[in-house]
Design a protein around this ligand. Sequence first.
Ligand code: PMP
Length: 370
Amino acid sequence: MPETPAENIRLRSALDALPAYVPGKPAADDGVRRFKVSSNESPFEPLPQVIEAVNRATLHANLYPDMGALDLREAIAAHHSTPRSAVGPENIALSTGSVAVSGDLVRALVDPGDEVVFAWRSFEAYPILVRSHGGVDVQVPLTPAFEHDLPAMAEAITERTRLVILCTPNNPTGPALTTAQIEDFLARVPDHVVVALDEAYREFVDPVRLADTARLFAEHGNVVLLRTFSKMQGIAGLRVGYAVAHPRLAAALGQVTVPFGASSIAQAAALATFDPDAAAELEHRAAWIREQRGRLEQVLAAQGWELPASQGNFVYFPLGERSAEFAAFADARGLVVRAYGTDGVRVTVGEREANDLLLAIAQEWREAQE
Ligand code: PMP
C-alpha cells in the first residue's frame, strides 16, 4: 500500500509568515545548578488550598467540566465588582490561559484583512494570534523609554482596525500605563474598536501606581480586561485566564472559544485562589516580588545599568546586539534568562538566590566591559 504523502497537505500560506513563540527553555542538564527565570513564572509552590482543590477535582476527571464554569465566573465577577460598578458572570469569558482568550478576541472581532494594533516589542504571542487568524498586525514601536507610544498607536488606527491591545505592564520591557494615559487614548479611539488591556502582571504594579481599569471598563463599552491565574496566582501549568468584557462581547467570546477549554482541575484550582486565606497569602507573595524587584532595580542602577522602570515580575536589560551574548553568559553561570532577538533580555524576579545570582552576573558582565 502506498503511503499518503504528507508533503501534499496544503497548509495555509499565513503559516510561512508566523514568528515562532520561543518559550523559556528548560535548564540544561549538564550538572550546573540553574534557576529558570525566563518565563515570568511564580517562584512559589502552589498554595496548599490549590493542591487540595486539584486533588479533589481529579477524583471526577472522568467527567467533562462545567462548560459554563459558573462557580468560577461568579467568583471572578465578585472579585471585579466595585461599589460603583457591578460585574456579573455575564461579563466573564474564560479559557485556557489569557493567551487563549486573546486568540478568542481576535476570532470574535477580526475578519480576514482586518487590523489589530499593538506596541512592539510586547508579548510575543500577539503577532502569532493575529496572523494565524487571518488578521493583519500593526506593530507600533515603543518609545525610547520602552513605553507604549500612545499618540502613534492612536494614529495607527484605520478603517480596518478592530482591536487594539495595550499590554500594561508591558511584557517584556516593564512600564505600566496610568489611568490618565489610557483615558486620553480611549478618547481617540472610535467606539467600534475594542481596546484590550492585557493586565497579566497587574498584581505586581506598585499599589500607588495602579491604573483604575475597573472604572475605565465600567465607563467604556469597548474596553476589555485580560487577566490570568498564571502569574500572581502561580498556576501557569494549569492554564486558566479570562476576559472581563461587556456582555455582548463576552457572549461573542463564548461563541468562538474551544468548548470545555478550562479543565475542571484548572477551574477548581482557580476557584481555590479566592479562599480568603489563600488570597491573603498570594497578596503577601506579590508584595515580596515587588520588594525584590525594587532591590534588583536599586542595585542594578548602582552598578551603572540603565533599565526601564518595571512594574512586572521581571526586569529588562536593553542590550541590543549583545542580548544573546548576555543570555549565554548568564546561562553559563546558572541563570536561564530570555533574550529577545537584538532588542534585550528579560529576567524574571525569582527566589532570593536567583535574584542574588542575577546581581552577581550583572556586576561581572559590567566589569568585563571595562
Ligand atoms: N499576556 C501577557 C502580557 C503575558 O506575558 C502572558 C504570559 N507570558 C500572557 C498574557 C498569557 O498568560 P496565560 O498563561 O494566562 O496564557
